[in-house]
Design a binder for this molecule. Structure first.
Ligand code: NIG
Ligand code: FE
Length: 418
């Protein structure tokens, strides 16, 4: 596939040789190319293929040649679902849950998401930034080059905008691509108690237009669940967002089958996320809408859920699967996307190859960025990771061990995070 692509021979900034490639493109498992080479021009990949087919003019044009010492290269990892900008900590709720209280019980008694809303509202922008930065750095240390970050812990005018501003500042502070998502319909804030429709009005009429005007997010998301918003309410919000040009995502069927998948499909959402309780009809409609199923094994594990997403049906019906951390203080206080690969395999039954596709190619799809990132192909962004592994399956195999050795983001070797 790659060899037939047009080859850029001038202005090659860097050439990587003595590497194996998991391109996540083409028909071979992992898109693997043993004994490969990869050339970078500017912020893009210029050539990807077998070393022995490397055109001599590319080798001659390369300003720098890096010896990869037999390491594996994958696309930069993509964490396509996080809530990592928040203040405070919910370890106390973890203790309560270990004593027998459920996530839903805690949420209904004013804890859960609303506990983080209180802490986040109280935090000024710098505090929020300072608390969020190490969580992002933890992802980056494992070769993550793109991170989606949702708001949704403000649920008022000022705090939602503050969360999104912090997401933007994080992108300026660290070498990573941030995709900000406005999760305006995450939970009902206390000042709207019993008035969920009024809250949706407020979000549609006041918050959404402001987020759009300030270009703080280009994607909108909602939590469609019995402890959050009904499909009708989620639809009103998503519809208003779509009319303003937002692309869409939806937290759907996490704790019950609430009809979120059908809604996401009807609105052409980029993804429906969680999906433990999704029905076969829901899967069919998502597949035909071209959506992605984002699986969040960290939340499943941490909430000690028992109902798995129907992975065999996703495969059978052709619904692509992404995998993400869901990094958040309540259901997935997780700083490791690699660990999610392992859990996606052990808990949900994905193959290591599916898990890796889930944090590269399919995660890029879930962000609407499949044309730019997620595979190693000429013309795509030069985001890639060098791993000290003997086979790409090891990325899903290790638990709590990080074989990431070097990361290139937009063509530039990334320094270790502070
Ligand atoms: O994706 N499902 C909704 N939101 C988060 C949980 C947020 C929280 O508990 O703070 C999730 O699991
Ligand atoms: Fe989430």
């Amino acid at each position: 596939m790659r060899r037939s692509e047009p080859q850029k021979t001038s202005g090659v900034d860097a050439l990587w040789i003595n590497v194996h490639l998991a391109t996540l493109a083409g028909d071979a498992p992992y898109g693997r190319i043993d004994d490969g080479a990869l050339a970078v021009a500017g912020d893009k990949l210029a050539w990807v293929g077998r070393a022995r087919r490397l055109p001599p003019q590319i080798r001659a044009a390369a300003r720098q040649v890096h010896d990869g010492h037999g390491r594996w290269i994958t696309p930069g990892l993509v964490d396509c679902h996080t809530h990592l900008v928040y203040a405070g900590c919910r370890a106390g709720e973890f203790e309560q849950r270990l004593k027998g209280l459920s996530y839903e019980q805690i949420a209904r008694s004013g804890g859960g998401i609303l506990a983080t809303v209180r802490a986040t509202r109280q935090a000024d922008e710098q505090t929020l930034f300072d608390q969020s930065l190490p969580r992002l750095a933890s992802l980056l240390a494992e070769g993550v080059t793109t991170v989606e970050i949702k708001s949704g812990y403000g649920l008022d005018f000022e705090t939602e905008l503050r969360q999104l501003r912090v997401a933007r500042r994080l992108a300026e502070a660290l070498p990573v691509r941030i995709c900000p998502t406005f999760l305006g319909a995450h939970a009902l804030p206390p000042e709207f108690n019993g008035r969920a429709d009024d809250y949706i009005d407020f979000v549609c009429e006041q918050l959404l237009p402001e987020v759009a005007r300030r270009k703080l997010a280009t994607t909108a998301d909602a939590f469609c669940e019995r402890i959050a918003f009904t499909p009708r309410q989620a639809e009103r919000f998503l519809h208003a967002a779509q009319a303003l040009g937002f692309s869409l995502k939806l937290h759907a069927e996490q704790l019950s089958d609430s009809g979120g998948a059908a809604l996401a499909a009807r609105l052409g959402a980029l993804s429906a996320d969680h999906l433990e309780y999704v029905s076969e009809d829901g899967i069919r409609s998502l597949a035909s809408a071209g959506s992605v199923a984002v699986l969040l094994p960290g939340a499943f594990y941490f909430l000690r859920e028992t109902r798995r997403p129907p992975v065999a049906d996703f495969r059978r019906l052709g619904l692509p699967m992404a995998v993400a951390t869901d990094s958040n203080p309540g259901s997935s206080p997780c700083g490791s996307l690699l660990l999610m690969l392992n859990m996606a395999c052990t808990l949900f039954g994905l193959t290591p190859e599916e898990a890796l596709a889930g944090v590269t190619r399919n995660a890029a799809h879930a962000l609407g960025l499949a044309q730019r990132i997620g595979t190693l192909e000429p013309g795509k962004q030069a985001d890639f990771v060098l791993w000290d592994i003997a086979d790409p399956s090891e990325l899903a195999y290790f638990m709590g061990y990080n074989p990431c050795r070097q990361v290139v983001f937009k063509g530039v070797l990334r320094p270790p995070c502070p």
